[in-house]
Design a protein around this ligand. Structure first.
Ligand code: PBG
Length: 324
């Protein structure tokens, strides 16, 4: 490559049209999934204090919110449910009349074209707040798999289009794939939270989903933030077990992991721009310290540039506005 003064990189930065022509990454509405929270009740939308602009919706309000997503052209939503009652085995997670099952039926009924993904995990439904069956103070892997399978089947029976296991138990993708296939759901994709880290960035979500662990933390099943090779092993296992989309979560502090997953495995990669990443930008912009649209778009572009095909983000609706 020629060097200065023959090559002057600034030539192609001189105006917006030149910049548009050589732009390497473009974020579009096609990349986005908007997460939503659903609670029992009627006609309620309670704002989540650490996530301004995000709500816990009753099913009827969720349906209106889903219609708005479809109008904006956003391809899909991922739903999280908050049960009426929590118990040690998270029973409402796999109850056919549970909150998520009601929500999925109502949304698919009203907005059939919107992709409805469901987060498959137990932490919102268990009284101890852990993502699996607890015995002797520890989260048990294999007994949890049976419950995750029941939960997944119950979600697809209600009409879920994509199953997204987020529990980080070993072998869950294979167990869910087998059960889906045996029950005639061989065409339902699995989007696996493959490299899910034990992250402090989930703080605001735990308020939103009322899923804070009542003892200990999730470090015995979610990944150590210091590790990247381990993420590649997790992804490779999930591919072998039948995952269709591989997710890295959180996104911003793990751009290197997104990049390595995309370059080492040529598979569809999703990245979850999580609650804490959203809350930081919201809080700083409310203080007048940063420019929300510009910072949010810069972050989301960086996630795309790192290699993500799909971004789950609470900014999805705003992005559509900002892109116009
Ligand atoms: C459930 C789950 C969590 C998130 C998505 N699914 C929380 C957790 O693992 O504690 C976090 C999402 C966010 O922070 O936006 N296991």
């Amino acid at each position: 490559m020629s060097t200065f003064p023959i090559y002057r990189p600034r030539r192609l930065r001189a105006n917006e049209n030149l910049r548009r022509l050589i732009r390497e990454t473009t974020l579009s509405v096609n990349d986005l999934i908007y997460p939503m929270f659903v609670v029992h009740g009627h006609d309620t939308a309670t704002e989540i204090s650490a996530m301004p602009g995000c709500y816990q919706y009753s099913v009827d309000k969720l349906v209106s919110a889903a219609k708005e997503l479809a109008t904006l052209g956003i391809p899909g939503t991922i739903l999280f449910g908050i049960p009426e009652e929590k118990d040690p085995l998270g029973s409402e997670a796999y109850a056919d009349d549970g909150i998520i099952q009601q929500a999925v039926r109502a949304v698919k009924d009203a907005v059939p074209d919107l992709l409805v993904m469901t987060d498959v995990c137990l932490c919102e439904y268990t009284d101890h707040g852990h993502c699996g069956v607890v015995e002797a103070g520890e989260v048990q892997n294999d007994p949890t798999l049976e419950l995750l399978v029941k939960e997944s089947l119950s979600h697809v029976r209600a009409g879920a289009d994509v199953i997204a296991p987020s529990d980080m138990m070993d072998g869950r993708v294979g167990a869910i794939r087998t059960a889906l296939d045996e029950n005639g759901y061989q065409n339902i994709p699995i989007m696996a939270y493959s490299a899910k880290y034990a992250s402090a960035f989930y703080g605001p979500f735990r308020e939103a989903a009322e899923s804070t662990p009542q003892f200990g933390d999730r470090r015995a099943y979610q990944m150590d933030p210091a590790n990247a090779e381990e993420a590649l092993r997790e992804v490779s296992l999930d591919i072998e077990e039948g995952a269709d989309i591989l997710m890295v979560k959180p996104a911003l502090a793990y751009l290197d992991v997104i990049h390595r997953v995309k370059t080492e495995f040529q598979v569809p990669v999703a990245a979850y721009n999580v609650s804490g990443e959203y809350a930081m930008i919201k809080a700083a912009s409310q203080n007048g310290w940063i420019d929300e649209p510009r910072v949010a778009m810069e972050v989301l572009n960086s996630i795309k540039r790192a290699g993500a095909d799909i971004i789950l983000t609470y900014f999805a609706k705003s992005v559509v506005e900002w892109l116009q």
